[in-house]
Design a binder for this molecule. Sequence first.
Ligand code: FAD
Length: 375
Amino acid sequence: MKVAIVGAGLTGSLLACYLARRGLTVTLYERRADPRAGTAERGRSINLAISERGLDALRRIGLDETVMTDALPMKGRMIHPVSGPLDFQQYSAGGDRAINSISRGALNNALLTAAAAADGVSVEFEHRLCELDSAAGQMVFQTPSGKVTATADVVLGADGAGSAVREQLLAEGIVAEDVDFLDYGYKELSIPAVDGDFALDPGALHIWPRGTSMMIALPNPDRSFTCTLFWPAGAFDALTTAGTISAYFAENYPDVLPLAPTLVDDYLNNPVGVLGTVHTLPWQAHGRTALIGDAAHAIVPFYGQGANCAFEDVVELDRCLDDTSGSWARALPLFESRRRHNTEAIAAMALANFIEMRDKVASPAYRLTKQVEHA
Ligand code: FAD
């Protein structure tokens, strides 16, 4: 039984590890060059919050400790008002629960290394899927030396929000998709370490709620912070010079300006990312081709659950294969029926959490409600 996984990102690499344990022959096809040999792509989020849902998937195959080595636990939110004192809001009543800031690149590399080392797994880099016959399991890839073809018994699209597998299924008239773009973009900025130490409390996810927009910051193992601005899409274009950028931050994010010496460079040179929710129906075709992770159900990042949810997909697909004695034809529809309502729920919650993070967390009424909940 030959399985092709398109995309060696977080989902595809973890999935390869799980399928290898079943004794399957797996080929991971990735459009990029091996990320372990180079630097991270500019414009992807640099770090991720991984919660218990994601850790559970890693723990089941013994990868949690490797991944957690450099993780920074964040036990609550630190709210930064325009003026006045900071406000720490812990995530759990006892203050004992945390989400973990993890480098996206390090996580991807750890999963890829584990996948590549597993028996039966091979990885083909610089292979961009450009054609697929989903009924026959035939694929065409663009590579640096031209087009190559491959065939597999099962083809799994783990190729992210802009999935080529989904696009091919759409072109074949097999799936319908609905992509709801948010009228907001995101841009990353950096706060470096100060005298070798964190410039802000590394035990918190920092939020600058500003009503219709916000900024967040997560700590990195090198003691820097990566900040992400979430602004209405057109708002980024309004600031085009060093003077206007600095003046805007001095007025709206006054505590950040002295901590971010590269702010103007970051602002002018880092791309604006798009945000959206992908709804796809169905996720599988012919019992042999399927979508998983962001390719099936990308969500906006405000609950920090996209990758966590994709990892849960992998665990559930593995469980479906157990429950169907390894029959892909039965496991793929079962996987979809078990996961769809969960992914729709988190998609809606992620959108709702944007309003909570950018606005409600700053209100006295919200703080009072949380105190009552924790009492
Ligand atoms: P991707 O990570 O997009 O990986 C897809 C892979 O497929 C890539 O390696 C790509 O190169 C490859 N590929 C694409 N097309 C092709 C092709 N045609 N042929 C071959 N290969 C292809 N989630 C969290 O859980 N916590 C967070 O804190 C969090 N923060 C986020 C912050 C931001 C700003 C954003 C945008 C997202 C965030 N997410 C977070 C969501 C998370 O990044 C995604 O859910 C996760 O990356 C999905 O993994 P994936 O492997 O399905 O897709």
